[in-house]
Design a protein around this ligand. Structure first.
Ligand SMILES: *Cc1c(COP(=O)(O)O)cnc(C)c1O
Length: 410
């Protein structure tokens, strides 16, 4: 039984169940074919191969490989670079932990760049500050589907000969200056987890134009076994990250719905942006003029001078109106999570942190002013391809009302 207060709230479609997912007859049909084929491994089946071919074509890269998760996809990308223990991967501390822990499994050190507090994305400027002679790669995360400003980042990376990995888990079909994210850097990584634009429950994809990285990622997914080689062997340390044909079949059907998911999200997000234009104390997302935001989530950025209590109070008031938002997104920067803060890795060794330059693991908050400010300001609204104009207007009305209420307390 819902309480009277709850009955006043509109129930929004959720990406955690059928109200906000597009899983249906098409997926059932493909999964049935996979099951009836009797072949559920992607080494022998056709679905995962088709997914890889379709996805490579869709993003315009020469190679795409499926993996068990976005985390797995990122692990493949990191392994493709074959870092030496203690090498450094520059990344962001405002991301899913699945973008970070595989760095440690490849015996490398995550080195955190600060972010632009208005987008929570890394920039060329923040990356440059943490480049060292141990930097093995730069990871850019297109947070919430809003692309990082890639031109200056690529210029910096190319000038230092450092490969760039794009974490596109939240950014399917997002573009920057007409180019798809995931094809601007050297490797792109995507996630098919339950809450992403399209889903197989769990799943991931990697893309690249680089033949050497492609080969290593393919091998890393397959226990480094050289399928089809004249004298195959297990060439190096690797795992089994293969997607099964069950996921592959669902993914093939979901892929057809990606375009609709993205364009619907763009349409409803534009409506909210319009409704909130000029609202004192609340900024809507800052998007590069030549970039296409794909709205994995819709973020509000509250002005701490105008809204007492910042994101936390704002989020609480929205939650009281039935909007299941996430004030402060991941709550704290990743370097404050136990695994990184306390270096909880392999036994008591602290490996690979024991090899790190002191500077690389110094998380003095003064180095992360943008990160802390960004988290204090951000309220992440759930977004969904099945939102109607009524849903958006309900959210807009709530945001406007909450902003007015909280401003009154200033
Ligand atoms: C979801 C996500 C991941 C991890 O993907 P999983 O499929 O959950 O393993 C990594 N990075 C970002 C930015 C994500 O949003």
């Amino acid at each position: 039984m819902s309480t009277p207060a709850e009955q006043l709230h509109m129930t929004l479609p959720s990406d955690q169940d059928s109200t906000g997912r597009t899983l249906g007859d098409e997926e059932i049909a493909e999964v049935s074919k996979a099951i009836l084929s009797g072949t559920l491994t992607s080494t022998k089946g056709q679905f995962t191969k088709r997914l890889e071919a379709d996805f490579a074509k869709l993003v315009g890269s020469s190679h795409a490989y499926a993996a068990t998760s976005g985390t797995g996809a990122l692990h493949c990308a990191f392994a493709a670079l074959d870092p030496e223990p203690g090498d450094e991967f520059i990344t962001t501390s405002i991301t899913d932990i699945g973008g970070l822990t595989p760095i440690l499994y490849q015996s490398a050190i995550p080195v955190f760049a600060d972010v632009d507090p208005l987008t929570c994305n890394v920039t060329a400027e923040t990356i440059e500050k943490v480049i060292s002679d141990r930097t093995k790669a730069i990871i850019v995360t297109h947070l919430f589907g809003n692309p990082c400003d890639m031109d200056p980042i690529m210029e910096l990376a190319r000038s230092r000969n450092i490969p760039v990995i794009e974490d596109c888990a939240q950014a399917f079909l997002s573009t920057y200056k007409g180019r798809q994210v995931g094809t601007i850097g050297d490797i792109g990584c995507f996630s098919l987890q339950q809450g992403k634009h399209i889903t197989t429950g769990e799943g991931g994809l990697v893309t690249t134009d680089n033949e050497e990285y492609a080969r290593r990622m393919y091998l890393f997914i397959n226990k480094a076994w050289g399928y089809g080689d004249p004298n195959p062997d297990h060439y190096f340390l690797a795992l089994n990250y293969r997607m099964s044909e069950l996921q592959g079949a669902v993914a093939v059907a979901q892929m057809d719905k990606l375009d609709t998911s993205v364009s619907s999200r763009q349409k409803t997000a534009a409506r909210l942006t319009e409704r909130l234009a000029g609202l004192p104390g609340v900024d809507t997302p800052k998007v590069h003029p030549d970039a296409k935001h794909v709205w994995w989530k819709y973020t509000l950025h509250v002005d701490l001078d105008v809204i007492p209590g910042g994101a936390v109070e704002f989020g609480k008031a929205l939650q009281a109106r039935g909007i299941v938002c996430a004030p402060r997104y991941i709550q704290k920067p990743a370097f404050r999570c136990q695994v990184i803060r306390d270096q909880k890795t392999f036994g008591n060794s602290r490996f690979p942190f024991n090899l790190a330059r002191p500077e690389a693991v110094d998380y003095d908050p003064r180095k992360f002013v943008g990160t802390f400010e960004g988290l204090e300001r951000i309220v992440v609204l759930p977004w969904n391809e099945l939102y109607t104009e009524e849903h958006v207007d309900y959210i807009a009305d709530a945001v406007i009302e909450v902003a007015r209420l909280l401003r009154g307390r200033a």
